[in-house]
Design a protein around this ligand. Sequence first.
Ligand code: APR
Length: 235
Amino acid sequence: MQKMQSSIVALSGSGLSAESGLPTFRDAAGLWKQHSWQELASPEGWRRNPELVLEFYNERRAKAWTAQPNEAHRAIAALEQKFAVTVITQNVDALHERAGSKIVLHVHGELAWARGTGPSRRRCRIEGAPIHMGQHCEEGTQLRPDIVWFGEETQYMEEAREIVALADKVLVVGTSLTVYPAAGLVEFARDDSERVVNSLELDAVPPGFRFLRGKATDIVPKLVADWMSGAAAAP
Ligand code: APR
């Protein structure tokens, strides 16, 4: 009888893409230290000044589109050689996919997509291109970034909770675990699962998790090498 492949879930945040040159949010040089999320990442801010919001995301999109995955992204993708891996990311860049990860849930949306502002929220893929005022979706409504703003519903949460609850190993990397409901996913990890969190600093280490302090590109490849050497090859 074929042995079930062990499953791993990687929960990632902006700290994972920091070494690919993309800013985090709450670190010293973080985006929300320099800008107001109320103005740039909320439905109210969009209503007040959509040009300002589009400009902010156009800049972020252009930067993210030229960024390259780093050793930590690649190590997470390499796990698929021996494990059933799901990536659940708060990141809106495409670096997990570029590193080769096949199953990636973007709970806070993706910069490479835009969506209409009408009830159907019709999406369209824009890759690294800017969005301008007057640019409409197929149904004729103004396009906006397909990003989950504060006060809007986080995506795929039910699926994400189930995946975390089934995982044999849970790796949390590069997130401050301060934004809910995504930060609450750690609470669904099984008691008998191996739980590891990597970050430069954390206000509180989630119960049951082993905290590995350090840069993701130092910590994650080593951890992955350990897990790979301990596991039988994928069937
Ligand atoms: N390696 C590992 N961890 C790092 C690195 C690095 N090179 N650089 C920074 N970090 C860690 C920081 O110590 C911090 O714990 O990454 C975390 C970044 O935290 P935040 O800036 O709060 O970013 P994140 O957790 O991704 O934010 C969550 O908030 O603004 C919203 O929607 C946005 O998805 C985002 C959500």
